[in-house]
Ligand binder design. Structure first.
Ligand code: GRA
Length: 385
């Protein structure tokens, strides 16, 4: 077992850290407050190759792998969690196209996502289909050389700004999940209305609703065959879940760093507050949770790089990292008290952003369900097909 990162991975991680500290940190508080979508920074991350680590060079990627994506994402999220969502929105569709696309689809659709030229997204969730993906109602009806999309996708990251992305819809409603299909759609067609939605955190990651009224998608943009959509979606979620897990690690680390720094500065009752054992207890727990989660997330990424099944390990890592981020943000609030209840300081943002990780890409309860049902033998998490 080797716990050392290669020199190449250390260089990638350091590049992401430097970018986050120099380019994202100076305006992070302002961007959060004003809910700015930083298209300029999203583009720059593309230019630095942050979206291309799982994509081979012939589609404009760099092939550095899943662990590289995790390291980059953690560094970006440590400085501003909302900015890591942008990575997932480019990487998610690109890697799914790589897995299921035809050569023509890959050549045409992957490079603009990897470069950040086109702002991506993936549209799964609906008003009545969150954890229960198979319950979605959007339909895609074939008409000649196109499909007409009807329905509405809710809580979609990047909805207000995306140029194109993956969308899941039923081509045959009589088949339950086996009637679902996956498409890549460019949104610059009539028949789409967008609505922005406000959230308590991840403020620089614009969220919204995509409403389709006979929205046309070329038949050539179907991924795989009709009916493959549910399995493609489960496959995609296994990749994009890893990005969320890495983001949660970044938030856990940021909250711990803030707590440790404050403990070493703040004096009460004539001593630094780090000398109080109740604060030491919180710091020790923050570190143990964060480090355990990091090992789990890195293991899942390593398995993905080895092309070994990793759905179970990804769910374990995502669950552990989301909980570690929330423990750390909560503990940091307890340590910094009034200084972070005030919106002038960083930790309240960590607290708001941490919450998203217990919700997105399968809530903590969905991860626990996947993990426990695998252990109990009800449903195998690691599928080979
Ligand atoms: O029997 P079959 O041949 O039809 O196949 C079944 C099963 O083998 C069928 O699907 C197959 N399957 C899979 N195939 C390959 C199931 N899982 C997989 C897999 N991983 N790989 C039906 O299976 P089932 O177990 O009966 O499915 P189910 O009970 O309907 O659902 C399962 C489950 C709950 C795990 C699923 O619906 C799920 O993952 N739900 C969570 C949804 C989720 O994560 N949504 C995320 C939305 S996007 C988002 O949050 C964006 C955030 C962006 C950001 O912040 O970065």
């Amino acid at each position: 077992m080797d716990f050392e990162l290669s020199e190449e991975l250390i260089a990638v991680r350091d590049l992401a850290r430097e970018f986050a500290e120099k380019e994202i940190a100076p305006t992070a508080a302002k961007d959060d407050k004003e809910k700015n979508f930083r298209a300029d920074l999203v583009k720059k991350m593309g230019e630095l190759g942050f979206y291309g680590t799982m994509i081979p060079e012939n589609y404009r990627g760099n092939g550095l792998g899943f662990l590289a994506m995790v390291l980059i994402t953690e560094e970006i999220a440590r400085v501003h969690s909302a900015m890591r969502v942008a990575i997932n929105m480019q990487v998610g569709p690109a890697v799914t196209l790589l897995q299921f696309g035809t050569e023509e689809q890959k050549q045409k659709l992957i490079p603009p996502l990897v470069s950040g030229e086109k702002i991506g997204c993936f549209a799964i969730t609906e008003a009545d289909a969150g954890s229960d993906v198979a319950a979605l109602r959007t339909t895609a009806t074939k008409q000649g050389e196109k499909y007409l999309l009807n329905g509405s996708k809710l809580w979609i990251s990047n909805a207000p700004v995306t140029n194109g992305g993956l969308v899941y819809a039923y081509t045959d409603r009589s088949q339950k999940h086996r009637g679902m299909s996956a498409f890549y759609a460019d949104w610059d067609q009539p028949g789409l209305t967008r609505r922005s939605l406000e959230t308590m955190g991840a403020n620089c990651s614009p969220l919204g609703e995509l409403m389709f009224d006979n929205f046309p998608i070329p038949a050539a943009n179907l991924l795989g065959n009709e009916g493959d959509g549910f399995k493609i979606c489960m496959w995609q979620l296994n990749q994009t879940r890893l990005n969320c897990a890495a983001g949660a690690l970044g938030v856990a680390r940021a909250a711990k760093e803030a707590a440790v720094n404050y403990c070493n500065q703040r004096v009460q009752f004539g001593q630094k507050i780090g000398e109080f054992q109740m604060n030491q207890d919180l710091i020790a727990q923050m570190i143990a949770h964060e480090e355990a989660a990091r090992l789990l997330v890195y293991r899942a990424a390593w398995l993905a790089d080895e092309k070994k099944p990793n759905n179970l390990e990804t769910s374990v890592g995502k669950y552990a990292a989301a909980e570690a981020a929330n423990f750390a943000a909560d503990a940091a609030m307890k340590i910094l008290c009034a200084y972070v209840y005030s919106t002038q300081f960083l930790v309240e943002r960590y607290y708001r952003d941490a919450k998203s990780y217990q919700i997105v890409e399968g809530s903590s309860n969905v991860q626990k369900m996947i993990i426990a049902q695998d252990a109990l033998g009800y449903r195998k998490a690691n599928r080979t097909s």
